[in-house]
Design a protein around this ligand. Structure first.
Ligand SMILES: Cc1cc2nc3c(=O)[nH]c(=O)nc-3n(C[C@H](O)[C@H](O)[C@H](O)COP(=O)(O)OP(=O)(O)OC[C@H]3O[C@@H](n4cnc5c(N)ncnc54)[C@H](O)[C@@H]3O)c2cc1C
Length: 318
């Protein structure tokens, strides 16, 4: 049983590895190397953001949380379990995502930065993608998988080339054209990568008056964010936004005032009203075509859960 996965981002690699574990021989085709992908630049914290539908997101998120928590035990995976603090200016409802999180408690007053009256403390996986994606590629290759950098013009090219019985479309934002799906749209994200002045706590304020603010410390740097600009295609750095991100993050964590700016980054999240994990109807004589795209700001958060559904679809009757 041979499968072709188009896309080597987090959706493609989790699908490819999950299919391998189900007994498929898998090749991956990708238009670009992993360092050039949206998946590579992501802040990559487990936290459902801008993805639907809610029930499936809760299930995919919970499944992925467990897989990532297991990977955090493995050296070299790039996954760490990160102490986190969500900040609020008035009492929050219990968040929908909290059921997947193992430990959640109200923050003590002494744990809150100036200006905040409420907070939630919890621990979630943080995935250092520049380490994690090569680690996934290593797992995939060790199980006999191959990756080729090639840009396809249409999914039919792969469906009809006779190599595989199954094709899985994990092309993110490019699914808008490749799957002729106009409901796919970009959600632009601008972030700043700075040196880490010794931080170990992730912090976020989703309702900061100047825009969303998040601080995610990694081993060698710290990701500060960031914007969620729906339907915005440009990937130019907005210098005013960059200053605002630095200012609002430093307001929350004053030790960032000493951090060096290493890089400004913009990426386009592949959004859709609902994540598409389903099979396209096709002729019995052709390879089957499955889709796994449209994860918005949650590709890392939902990856393994969606991939498990892809493997179930692949094992089902056409
Ligand atoms: C600033 C920012 C911060 C983020 N933070 C988080 C976070 O904290 N947590 C979280 O869960 N998510 C986060 N995300 C979202 C996450 O990055 C995406 O949901 C995820 O990367 C999407 O993965 P993907 O594999 O679907 O797409 P991509 O990573 O875009 O991969 C698409 C693949 O399709 C291939 N492809 C496209 N066209 C073709 C073609 N014609 N031929 C062959 N191959 C093709 C590409 O080469 C690539 O391999 C963030 C995103 C951004 C921009």
């Amino acid at each position: 049983m041979r499968a072709t996965v188009v896309g080597s981002g987090v959706a493609g690699l989790t699908s490819a590895i999950t299919l391998q574990r189900a007994g498929w021989q898998v090749r991956v085709l990708s238009a670009a190397p992993i360092e050039a992908l949206t998946s590579h630049l992501a802040a990559a914290v487990w936290f459902p953001t801008h993805a639907g539908p809610p029930e499936a997101v809760a299930r995919w998120g919970a499944e992925t949380f467990e897989v990532l928590a297991g990977q955090a035990e493995l050296s070299g995976s790039g996954v760490v379990m990160r102490e986190s603090l969500a900040l609020y200016r008035c009492a929050p409802e219990r968040p929908a995502w909290s059921s997947a999180v193992r430990e959640l408690r109200p923050a003590r007053a002494a744990e809150l930065p100036a200006g905040y009256t409420h907070g939630l403390r919890f621990v979630v996986p943080l995935v250092e993608m520049p380490v994690h994606l090569p680690w996934l590629v290593g797992l995939f290759r060790a199980a006999g998988g191959t990756i080729r950098v090639v840009r396809i013009a249409a999914l039919d090219e792969v469906v009809e080339d006779g190599w595989s019985e199954l094709v899985v479309n994990c092309t993110g934002l490019a699914a808008r054209e490749l799957a002729a799906d106009p409901s796919v749209y970009p959600v632009r994200g601008q972030i700043v990568r700075v040196s880490n002045p010794g931080l170990t706590l992730s912090m976020r304020d989703e309702q900061h008056p100047a825009g969303r603010a998040y601080i995610h410390p990694r081993t060698d740097d710290c990701i500060l964010g960031g914007t969620l600009d729906e339907h915005r295609w440009d990937t130019d750095i907005d210098p005013v936004e960059a200053e605002s991100i630095l200012a609002r993050c430093t307001e929350i964590e004053p030790r960032l005032v000493d951090a060096d700016v290493l890089e400004h980054v913009v990426g386009l999240r592949p959004a859709r009203p609902t994540v598409r994990v389903e099979e396209s109807v096709s002729d019995p004589g052709r390879a089957r075509l499955l889709h796994n795209y449209g994860h918005g700001g949650s590709g890392i958060t939902l990856g393994w859960g969606c991939a498990q559904d892809i493997a179930l679809l692949a094992a089902s009757e056409r």
